[in-house]
Ligand binder design. Structure first.
Ligand SMILES: C[S@@+](CC[C@H](N)C(=O)[O-])C[C@H]1O[C@@H](n2cnc3c(N)ncnc32)[C@H](O)[C@@H]1O
Length: 251
């Protein structure tokens, strides 16, 4: 997913090039086509849909994040501080946007494992994994019941995924379990604007983002990391709406 510097024009361009049949499908499936009493099932349907309309999704996300996501991603990667030979879990990996950067850092002796609950995203991620410069596997599964062994990862990474989950707290507890002692969790995520006049934009930005991305804007993810991990820290940007939160599993 390449992020552009002109979020609004990028979204308009994507809309203008969306085939009529896709536009009809988009309108007819949002939101009733995803309706389900099961919130996890609802999320899977939303992301299965976006896995088929990735250009539009990228452009929408870019606009919702004011094109500031690239800097936050770079910061998150640098905090993750991966070395060659490490094993890293990318939770809610989507179509595998992080794979190249993670694989470059862990190298051929390391391993990247992506996990996602949307089958459409898993299919897209597997294609990307096949081209990654380190062994990269993609699992279909849910963050609340991780199909991985305890203490099996040196690092865990979750970008824009925990706030798309109905129960991020239990996902964070599971990440704690699968990390080895001393292992690090790094989360990049979004929440409503928190400071100054920017907060006036929340009523405009939050409802469409919640609707379109199955977002849980009220989730206190930094708080859950603080409660579960040692050495928790949080770096904020974009009027507090984008943050990188980290924690380390005690030795
Ligand atoms: C906004 S996308 C982020 C994708 C990617 N990490 C990125 O940085 O662009 C959120 C992803 O989280 C996945 N997801 C949501 N709930 C999940 C859950 N309970 N378990 C695993 N993945 C989940 C979605 O399927 C989707 O691919």
């Amino acid at each position: 997913m390449t992020r552009t510097r002109r979020p609004l024009s990028s979204l308009l361009k994507q809309l203008a090039t969306t085939p009529v049949s896709d536009a009809r499908s988009l309108l007819s499936r949002f939101p009733s086509g995803f309706a389900s009493d099961d919130r996890s099932e609802h999320g899977r349907r939303v992301y299965d849909f976006w896995s088929e309309h990735r250009g539009l999704y990228d452009a929408f996300l870019d606009l919702a994040l004011f094109g500031r996501e690239g800097r936050a991603r770079r910061r998150a990667l640098s905090v993750l501080d991966l070395d060659a030979g490490k094993r890293v879990l990318d939770l809610g990996c989507g179509p595998g946007v992080n794979f190249d950067a993670l694989a470059e850092r862990v190298g051929p002796a390391g391993r990247v494992v992506g996990l996602d609950s949307s089958r459409g995203m898993v299919r897209a991620a597997r294609k990307r994994a096949a081209r990654a410069p380190a062994p990269t596997a993609v699992l279909w599964g849910d963050a609340t019941t991780l199909p991985t062994r305890k203490n099996s990862f040196d690092a865990a990474y979750a970008t824009l995924s925990l706030s798309a989950m109905p129960d991020p707290e239990s996902a964070i507890e599971n990440l704690h379990e699968v990390l080895r002692p001393g292992g690090r969790l790094v989360v990049l995520d979004a929440r409503p604007f928190r400071t100054g006049a920017w907060r006036a934009l929340n009523p405009i930005v939050v409802p469409p983002a919640t609707y379109a991305t199955n977002w849980y804007p009220e989730a206190d993810i930094p708080g859950a990391i603080r409660r579960t991990f040692a050495d928790a820290a949080c770096w904020r940007t974009n009027a507090g709406s984008l943050y990188v939160a980290t924690g380390r599993k005690s030795e």
